[in-house]
Every structure is written in C-alpha cells, then in structure tokens.
Design a protein around this ligand. Structure first.
Ligand SMILES: [Mg+2]
Length: 353
C-alpha cells in the first residue's frame, strides 16, 4: 500500500477487493520508523507498556528506527542512553534526531560560516552550534549575526534580554522548537515556545522554528536515515502528526499519551493521522483498513453508522480501536463538522482490539 494513500480516510467501495493478507503487518510497507519519545516510548521515568518489546521486534525485522525529540536541553547521547536503559536494543546517539540538529543547519543556511552566534539554551544546543563552527557568544555584540534559542531550565532574563538586543540589531533568529509547555516532575512548566514568546513580545520579531511540527526536523531525519518510506509514530496531533503531514510522511497516532479517541475523531484536517493504534503493538500487527460505504463504515469485525450527526456502533466492540478507525473514516468523509457529531460513550477507549 503506497504510504501516500490514507487507509483511514480513503473511500473504498465495498465491492472492491480490500483484503490484505493477515500475515502482513503495518510496518511492512515502510523502511524507517521515526518515534516521538514522551507518551510513545516512556512517560517520565517509566516505559510505556509494550513499547520496548514492540520496538525491539520491529528492529528485528530489519526496520531502521530513529527518534525525534524537540527537547534541546539533553544531548543525543543522553537520550540514547535513556532508551538503552529502558531496554531498547542497540540505540546510539546517531539514531536520535534532536531539534538543535535541525535548527543549526537552518541557521547555517542564513548566516555566513564561522559567524558569531548568541546561544540561549543548554548543553545539547551549545554542542551542536560549536560543532558547526560558529563562534558562540552569550552577550549581544555588533558582530552577532544569529540568535539560536532552545530550552534549558537555567535560561535567565539576562539571556532573553541579550537575545532581544541582538534581534533588534538585525540578527537572524532561529528557535529549536515552539512547545508552549514542558512536563516536569511537579507539573506543567513554561516551555521554549513560551520563552520565545517573551522575546517576540519585546522585539515584535518572529523566529523560524526547526522542531516538530515544522518540517525541518523531519527533513533532517529523512536525509540522515536515507528514508524512502518513513513512518512517524507519535501521541500528539498538533506536533507529531501535523509535522508528518507537512513533510508528506505517513503517520501512526498511538493512544498512550496526550491525544484521546475523541480528540482524534475531532482533529482538524491537517492533524489527521494515516493510522490509529492503541499503542506501539499496532506496528507489528495486521492493520485492518476502514471501508466507507455511504453512512456506514466497517473495520475488521466492527461496523459504525452515522445518521444525521449521531454515531452508532452497530457491530463489534465499541471500545476497540477498530470502532475508532471506522468512526474517523466515516466522520472525516462526511460533510458534518466533527465537533457536531454525537459520539457514543467510551468509543475506542480500550477493549479487545
Ligand atoms: Mg509525545
């Protein structure tokens, strides 16, 4: 199945031969699997259930695995060590694509080699900027040609002020990522996007951003792994899936993190995933496509109807992921706004499939 086709939304007449051999798995058509981390592989210090086994199994079938992270404060080696400690086999720093690794080439395309660059951020970002041959400064000077801004817990008002001075003087401004929040042990804290917004408010300028959901980090990954048919696996529609769509990459949304069955069903058009799975086990399983016929959709043993704006599961497990796949195909192909659809309680919230 070409990855440009969308098995969730594609209209398939019931008379067509939609049979796919059950010995095929979802990842059969892909050469590189690109994973988001938080909410897909781990949550805080804990591995997400089934993630380690699923990734190791996928790797054993010859797939190349890569990891995309917007976090600019950890080095790629630190991320690789963390994944290894969780039990994922043979992870090296080169398998991890960080937002600084996407941001630095973006900067290099806009300022001369060896320029003075003001760095706001942590060790991971400093290392990438130095490796690219730029002269690092922490204070704006008349020679500062660029500002690169990433998150670190010790970023201060002084750092933001120096960035503002350089930007006001005409320096190119690149952000590693625009995440508004960052999850910490004690709760939700301001992320890099919030700190960028402070500099934007002071200067009126906007940075160019490299991380998800912008396409630069996906392009960096595609180039590094020589991917011809990559699949992005993530838990967030507004970053992982939006970015995959922008970079014309197939995507799998897993329901182990931020987004829920209801938020998937109600997703904006540009945030709709190609595939939906309850967790990363979906990668190594047969993927039943949804088939829409008029106001009915089927997926595996499940049948869903849409009458006016009322969605009903008429056969199969309403809590299974196949009911959700059928419901999404039906709603996304209808003229009814997804937010107006009345959805049965517990749709896709767990259960057998
Ligand atoms: Mg995530």
């Amino acid at each position: 199945m070409p990855c440009s086709q969308n098995p969730v939304t594609r209209l398939v007449p019931v008379t067509a031969d939609t049979h796919i051999s059950a010995d095929r798995t979802l990842i059969d058509g892909f050469d590189v699997l690109l994973f988001d981390l938080d909410g897909v592989i781990y949550t805080g210090a804990q591995a997400v259930p089934y993630a380690v086994e699923s990734l190791n199994h996928a790797a054993s079938t010859g797939k190349r695995l890569g990891y995309l992270t917007n976090n600019a404060s950890r080095t790629t080696q630190t991320v690789a060590d963390h994944l290894s400690e969780l039990g994922i086999s043979a992870v090296s720093a080169a398998d991890v694509v960080s937002s600084p690794e996407a941001a630095v080439p973006l900067l290099a395309s806009q300022v001369p080699a060896g320029s003075e660059v003001l760095v706001v951020g942590g060790e991971g970002l400093l290392r990438e900027v130095a490796r690219a041959g730029f002269t690092i400064t922490r204070t704006a000077t008349p020679k500062t040609a660029g500002v690169i801004q990433g998150f670190a817990p010790d970023v201060t008002w002084t750092d933001l002020a120096q960035a503002s001075y350089a930007i006001e003087s005409g320096a190119v401004w690149i952000g590693t990522n625009g995440d508004w929040t960052i999850p910490r042990e004690q709760g939700i804290a301001p992320g890099n996007g919030t700190l960028i917004a402070a500099v934007h408010t002071a200067t009126g300028a906007f940075p160019e951003v490299a991380g998800k959901p912008e396409r630069h980090i996906y392009d960096t990954a595609r180039a590094r792994f020589g991917a011809k048919r990559p699949l992005m696996i993530g838990d967030r529609l507004d970053t992982d899936i939006l970015g995959a769509n922008r970079s014309e990459m197939a995507s799998l949304l897993v329901l182990t993190g931020v987004d829920t069955p209801l938020s998937v069903l109600r997703a904006d058009r540009d945030q709709r995933p190609t595939y939906i799975g309850r967790d990363t086990r979906t990668l190594n399983e047969y993927y039943a496509p949804a088939v829409v016929n008029g106001n009915v959709a089927t997926c595996g043993e499940t049948e869903v109807r849409l009458d006016r704006a009322v969605l009903t599961v008429v056969a199969g497990d309403p809590r299974g992921v196949e009911a959700l796949r059928a419901a999404c195909a039906l709603v996304w192909n209808s003229s009814i706004p997804p937010t107006a659809v009345l959805v049965p309680d517990g749709l896709g919230m767990g259960g057998s499939a």
